[in-house]
Write a new protein. Structure first.
Length: 396
């Protein structure tokens, strides 16, 4: 949609109207991102999947368009557009059908560099944010370890003070942008393991720091075009000025980041779910069986209507929560609800749509097959469904 004048007119496929609180600026943002996806991502995504890498040029193009700085302050080149803008951005990227592209870009924009804006010093912001916002530097978040995923308090990567510096040893696992990124916002233990969540700090670590190693470029089930790494740190010396936020307060900062990440996952579920239904509508209206189109079978229509209704509901909750977050309201419970329910809905949607594609949906190279693989990680990453349900329960 391009204006309020046509906001309630039907469109081809399955596209929902923007909520009434989404202003003209965000409608224009949606159009801008959609054009970028259609021109730059859709024609090239298959090649990126084969290469296991997104060209750095794509980040610079997004930076030139001002799309990498929506979580950052204007003083450093950002646009400070808030959570609703990020949701619109994530939803439109997700309609590309290449989940790895969406992941790589939003880890850079919303899940890693945003820590620098939230808790960084003016000097840290001035040193790192301009290149991150321009897309010259790609950023990653290093929290997860082989033995500490959803249980962030269990991380064991250790940072020990040595004069004005910190010496860091340990490993990280499943790090998006970890192979080709230039900066990692790294979580490490600055107090004993007995301190639990109270002994974790964040550091800004350029990947060319001596002792920083990409141990393995990991091969994944989905998200093939995004690079994912196992990292190791061997007596890695990090200047004291790169401590991000207060010492031993990193857990709180990570939880703030997770809250925003879970909101973004709601946007991914809305965008991917709507696109899967749109692709399936196109298919079932032209594919014939038993003398008529598959769409003419009542079971098909009702299955797609059910899936479309569920996508609309998770989208509504995501937008409502983003608006509440921008208004300064607490949204921890709502983001946990989004993360616990949204990926489960998306799982049903993509598998239901693949079923309606029949044998063709099972073939590599078809969008619906790729989307089915890509969707699986959303039930795990950012907090597994089971963990999120406990987060909801604690807040009831």
């Amino acid at each position: 949609m391009t204006s309020r004048a046509n906001a309630d007119m039907p469109e081809a496929g399955f596209r929902l109207n923007d909520p009434v609180f989404v202003g003209e600026e965000l409608v224009m943002l949606r159009d801008q991102v959609r054009r970028f996806v259609e021109k730059e991502v859709t024609p090239n995504g298959e090649a990126w999947e084969r290469e296991g890498k997104i060209p750095r040029e794509m980040f610079r193009k997004l930076g030139d368009m001002g799309l990498l700085g929506m979580q950052h302050e204007e003083a450093y080149g950002g646009t400070q557009m808030g959570s609703l803008a990020s949701v619109v951005f994530g939803e439109e990227l997700s309609r590309s059908t290449f989940g790895g592209f969406t992941a790589a870009v939003t880890v850079h924009t919303d899940m890693s560099a945003s820590h620098i804006t939230r808790v960084g010093t003016p000097d840290q912001k001035a040193r790192f944010l301009p290149d991150i916002i321009s897309g010259t530097t790609v950023c990653a978040i290093g929290v997860t370890e082989a033995g500490a995923g959803s249980d962030v308090a269990g991380i064991r990567t250790r940072a020990v003070r040595d004069g004005d510096d910190w010496i860091i040893n340990g490993t990280k696992m499943f790090i998006t942008n970890g192979v080709y990124g230039k900066v990692v916002v790294l979580g490490a233990r600055t107090d004993g393991i007995e301190a639990g969540a109270r002994g974790i700090s964040l550091f800004i670590v350029p990947t060319d720091t001596p002792g920083f190693n990409v141990t393995t470029k990991l091969e994944k089930h989905g998200w093939l075009c995004s690079d994912t790494a196992e990292l190791s740190f061997e007596d890695m010396r990090v200047p004291g000025e790169n401590l991000l936020g207060e010492m031993n307060r990193g857990f709180h900062a990570i939880m703030q980041g997770f809250e925003h990440e879970r909101l973004m996952i709601g946007a991914f579920c809305a965008g991917e779910g709507a696109k899967a239904i749109e692709l399936t509508l196109d298919y079932v209206r032209t594919r014939r069986a038993f003398g008529k189109s598959i769409w003419d079978q009542q079971a098909t229509r009702q299955r797609l209507a059910d899936l479309a209704s569920k996508v609309a509901m998770i989208r509504a909750l995501t937008y409502q929560t983003a608006a509440a977050k921008d208004a300064g309201q607490p949204v921890s419970r709502e983001t946990a609800m989004i993360k616990s329910v949204g990926p489960e809905i998306l799982h049903d949607v993509v598998h239901g749509c693949l079923q309606l594609h029949g044998g063709s949906g099972y073939m590599r190279g078809t969008p619906i097959e790729r989307m089915t693989r890509d969707a699986r990680i959303l039930r795990i990453g950012g907090g597994a469904t089971e963990v999120m349900l406990e987060e909801v329960a604690k807040r009831m």
